[in-house]
Design a binder for this molecule. Sequence first.
Ligand code: GLN
Length: 513
Amino acid sequence: MTLLKKSAAEFAAMLAAGDVTSVELTQACLDRIAAVDGAVHSFLYVDAEGALAQAAASDARRAAGTPASELDGVPIAVKDVLATQGLPTTCGSKILEGWIPPYDATVVARLKAAGLPILGKTNMDEFAMGSSTEHSAYGPTHNPWDLDRIPGGSGGGSAAAVAAFEAPLAIGTDTGGSIRQPGAVTGTVGLKPTYGGISRYGLVAMANSLDQVGPVTRTVLDSALLHEVIGGHDPLDSTSIDQPLPALVAAARDGASGDLSGLRVGVIAELRGEGYQAGVQQRFDEAVALLVGAGAEVVEVSCPSFAHALAAYYLIMPSEASSNLARFDAMRYGLRVVPDGDPSAEDVMRATRDAGFGDEVKRRIILGTYALSSGYYDAYYGQAQKVRTLISQDFAAAFDLADVLVSPTAPTTAFRIGEKLDDPLAMYLNDVATIPANLAGIPGISIPAGLAPEDGLPVGFQVLAPALADDRLYRVGAALEALLEKQWGAPLLSQAPELTPAVEPVETSGGAA
Ligand code: GLN
């Protein structure tokens, strides 16, 4: 276990020094998955054979002195919403059960080219709709800090895999907070890049104008290392930004000195107070005080249109999702349900979509088709797009006053499994602080800020930067992480429970977990 608690950067150094092989490291992750994933359920599919073969190839490259990247040989888990050639990709939905993509998403191809063995595919809310991973058609993921609680969502599987030491790195996707909010409630680092900064090619779309892929890690430096592997221009994604990434790893290394002199930090007035758990607010305020101690100047900024962000998101996102999900028509992918008798193509589509989609997905398809329908389009979708513009204007004004903006990542710590499942509005409120960044296309990161005194569960600190300034997140994030760890004496995750092995070990020989 002590081996597995290291960061990806530490593993990379050990691999480079020959202190461990990628096969040993990958096997240790697979053993850990076998021991605990019956209880945590981070994975929908574990590819032991494939990961070990990639690890052996990595070891051969290292032995020949030709590593493909700094992270060559460090294993990773991938959210099951990214296409992986030859490996099942379900998006947490029954409708894609059995679908094996014939190609790799660009992010997956880049991981392979950089030599990172892929351990498997992680659990998620169906089609990335949710904040708790309870909407997965394959059962919920459990938070490693308390197995009765949610790991956040939709990328709860990726966050839990990293927090439970099953994988040192993971890939997530963030449409309204699905990397950052799971990061907050599991004590991991989660980053959403600038829109267009990481390719969406091969990411099964929920809402194209909001979706972004990003790193899920244990440290800020690991996030930067992974971001540099997967990020940058991709001609296969028409929304990909055609310019080099800022120097992310350099910014993380620079930030670790903990000196923030001259940095202007804006605390967002609208993302605090009512609705925020006392312990979350307390840890947030303490972290802000640390930034001040490091030389930062703190100002309060106001973003009044954030009051409408959630409403705008829940019109734009379902509108785009309802159109995207139309492609699951029983003809092209996965499940096909054929009713008795002499069914028409429409009967087959209806039966397949009825059986294949879960309740939350159906709810959003209905919402989206309604918002886009003739006569309502201007009143709903059109108005929401106007709010989106106002939110971008609020951000622009705030970034005139501050270099970065900060808020709690999520209003509460991890809630109990089942607690909000029947209350969609309560579920949607989890993303109140993360959604504005998606609507404006700006980057954001969640950093572990400690444990809430009232429940001992992780709290996330969100940092936001202007578009294309992702390097600021790494500088400020690494500084805060260093300052907090000096206080705690160790990374936050070292306080996470060890997790006793599950009663039934998980089958990891190329089968579903
Ligand atoms: N929880 C939000 C939603 O349900 C965000 C999901 C996401 O970022 N994929 O839409």
